[in-house]
Write a protein that binds this ligand. Structure first.
Ligand code: XMP
Length: 512
């Protein structure tokens, strides 16, 4: 049983549960997200230093509102309820929760009115971020009120003797100026955490665990060139060296120079046992005449698995398959969704249920930004680790309709120019994802004295936090002008460049 210092986040369906978990980890304490109906036995097993009840979209007063086992409040483990979590704790412990006379959304001003370990070092007044229509009218017995706003008399309440704390606002969002202070107060002064969660500590422990598990058996890894599989490979290589074989299926749908970059990092720099399977032609043959986006995705996914299993079959004595599964893929949420919602495009794109290997998933406890941090600790290039998201089916879903070698070549060059100019303008860390698209339409142009009839390139650049929603990036006109001029001059068969100014929703980020 892993007894690392843990704080539990009990999820009531909040959009912010994962954010709370990340904030706790940023403060140096390992956190786990569990659904609201987690059993007290499971909690005892984990023996957390503290419990945080998340917010959530439900109304505590509804009969079918999600609850939690009341035993959680009597285990002697400190509890911090946030928004819905605070209301639920109050309701379950006999206080009064009611519709707020004036719902509060957005920034509010909080005044500290009492002594509280949770609010130590918090300025009064202080800006906090609220989002609620229900409020705590009267705290439960034994609780005192330690902060208020003009319209929310119980903004913070606590029963310090029992270690129970409730905040009506969201300390996890950046708009709450004192949020980090409050979370750190809870972790260090209330829960007495030691703060042992660091990436280098995690790396050392995982290396030991991998060595203990794998011994001298062989592990294979399907490298896609993406961040997760790259970091997983670098970690396992650190643990078992040449007993790891990486199979890099290069489907020929990567960006310019990308396949070579992956090869140079893993084969030349790390000196891994590395097999690159070049199969652009095989993919193009399978994709010939296919224009439906989902069919293209399916073909690419199946082909990947076929190439990988064919290559793996030639390797003797393979016992383990390394996968870059990360925490958001396995998290069980408070709304009843669970690991079954893993996106089909994750990792090896849906390997068959029964593979003749034991799965090795050393990143399954990490959030994406922690995976990147681990990558840096492992010595992977900054450029590789901080790359923008790139879809598994690659450029094939950025060429609308049928994929051909000619279109791939045009798109690769155009995309390269776009990325180069964005980097030169210093915008690469501001824009979440930016790429070129080849819609396949041709239009009339004039170059020199010649009439042309050539392809249009679409530019897509978005700002986003998680890819679920996105806005189009406001790239300065001068930069767009440079991109357009270079593209038309440098990329053969391009005579027009357009900029996509739709948000998601209603559009998606990718065009297919
Ligand atoms: P959309 O286009 O759905 O994209 O707004 C959201 C995010 O997901 C990526 N994406 C994919 N990633 N396989 C992947 O691995 C796919 O089939 C796929 N489709 C979209 C997209 O690049 C964006 O980051």
């Amino acid at each position: 049983m892993d007894r690392r210092e843990t704080v539990l986040i009990i999820d009531f369906g909040a959009q912010y549960s994962q954010l709370i978990a990340r904030r706790v980890r940023e403060a140096g304490v390992y956190s786990m997200v569990l659904p609201h109906d987690v059993s007290p036995d499971r909690v005892r097993d984990i023996a957390p230093k503290g419990i945080i009840l998340s917010g959530g979209p439900s109304n505590v007063l509804d009969a079918d509102a999600p609850g939690c086992d009341p035993a959680l409040f009597a285990m002697g483990i400190p509890v911090l309820g946030i928004c819905y979590g605070a209301q639920l704790m109050t309701h379950m412990l006999g206080g009064e929760v009611a519709p707020a006379p004036k719902p509060e959304y957005g920034k509010q001003t909080m005044r500290v009115t009492g002594d509280s370990p949770l609010l130590a070092g918090v300025a009064s007044p202080s800006v906090i971020w609220m989002s609620h229509t229900i409020y705590i009218k009267r705290p439960a017995e034994g609780f005192s009120v330690t902060a208020e706003t003009d319209t929310c008399p119980v903004t913070v309440c606590e029963d310090a003797d029992r270690g129970l704390y409730g905040v009506q606002f969201h300390p996890e969002v950046v708009h709450t100026k004192c949020g980090t202070t409050i979370l750190r107060n809870f972790l260090y002064d209330v829960c007495h955490c030691a703060g042992t969660w660091t990436m280098s500590g995690f790396m050392e422990k995982q290396i030991e665990a991998i060595r203990a598990e794998v011994g001298d058996k062989r592990v294979i890894c399907a490298l896609s060139g993406g961040v997760d599989s790259s970091v997983a490979a670098a970690l396992v290589y650190r643990a078992i060296g040449q007993n790891l074989t990486c199979i890099f299926v290069d489907h020929g749908l990567l960006r310019k120079n990308e396949g070579d970059m992956v090869e140079s990092v893993f084969k030349d720099k790390f000196k891994m046992d590395f097999i690159r399977v070049n199969c652009e032609e095989r993919y193009l043959a399978k994709l010939a005449g296919v224009s439906d986006p989902e069919t293209k995705r399916k073909i690419i996914g199946h082909e990947f698995i076929d190439v990988f299993t064919e290559t793996a079959a030639d390797l003797p004595d393979v016992s383990y398959l390394l996968q870059g599964t990360i925490y958001p893929d396995v998290i069980e949420s408070g709304t009843g969704k669970n690991a079954a919602v893993i996106k089909s495009h994750h990792n090896v794109g849906g390997l068959p249920d029964h593979v003749p290997f034991t799965l090795l998933e050393p990143l399954r406890d990490l959030f994406k930004d922690e995976v990147r941090a681990l990558g840096e600790v492992l010595g992977l290039d900054h450029e590789l680790v901080w790359r923008q998201p790139f879809p598994g089916p690659g450029l094939a879903i950025r060429i609308l309709g049928e994929v051909t070698a000619e279109k791939l070549a045009i798109l690769r060059e155009a995309d390269f120019v776009f990325r180069d100019e964005i980097a030169k303008a210093g915008l690469d860390s501001e824009i979440w994802q930016y790429f070129a698209v080849l819609p396949g339409t041709r239009s009339v142009g004039v170059m020199g004295d010649e009439r042309t009839y050539d392809y249009t390139i679409g530019l897509r650049a978005v700002t986003s936090v998680d890819g679920m929603t996105a806005d189009w990036a406001r790239i300065p006109h001068e930069v767009l002008e440079r991109i357009s001029t270079r593209m038309v001059n440098e990329v053969a068969h391009v005579n027009r460049v357009v900029y996509d100014i739709t948000a998601k929703p209603p559009s998606t980020i990718e065009w297919e």
